[in-house]
Design a protein around this ligand. Structure first.
Ligand code: DQA
Length: 154
């Protein structure tokens, strides 16, 4: 039986304000438009997605656990400012053992120094930063086509 891969699109604190907050940094596209575009991308990639955003650390922890328990094959995660502060989210990803790609719309490494440290990155498969909203599509592509595929290393 063919079962479609399920991938969670998770957005953290303040990302509900996409399109309104600092458009010179994050652009003018709203979270709703971003999610609708990702549903289209998912269709072309032949995967299913579920989207969730919260400004609350615990709600994000609960969602990661829920998706892991439901057998999701991975997560695309922009934690927002929780990137730089949240041991709870880091422990959750490590404990749930679910392949997670960290995404940042802006290039955090060219911005304030406090954005240069991610507590989340060490427990993620990889990180995409600075490619705008395309970062979400690219992370989804990785989950759809690379994650779980046989990698020939020799
Ligand atoms: C962000 C970068 C974070 O430093 C910031 O706190 C955000 C958005 C990004 O997508 O570029 O809220 O995660």
């Amino acid at each position: 039986m063919f079962v479609m891969k399920k991938i969670g699109i998770l957005n953290g604190v303040n990302l509900n304000r996409l399109g309104l907050r600092e458009p010179e940094i994050y652009g003018k596209t709203t979270l709703e438009d971003l999610e609708n575009n990702l549903f289209e991308t998912a269709k072309t990639l032949g995967v299913e997605i579920e989207c969730f955003q919260s400004n609350h650390e615990g709600a994000l922890v609960d969602k990661i656990c829920e998706w892991a328990d439901k057998g999701f094959s991975g997560i695309v995660f922009n934690p927002g400012a929780f990137t730089h502060t949240s041991i709870a989210l880091r422990d959750c990803i490590a404990g749930c053992n679910i392949p997670t790609v960290e995404v940042h719309i802006s290039n955090v490494y060219t911005r304030e120094e406090f954005r240069h440290t991610s507590l989340i990155a060490p427990v993620c498969i990889g990180q995409i930063a600075g490619l705008g909203l395309a970062g979400y599509d690219l992370a989804l592509f990785w989950h759809a086509n690379v994650n779980g595929a046989l990698l020939v290393t020799k």
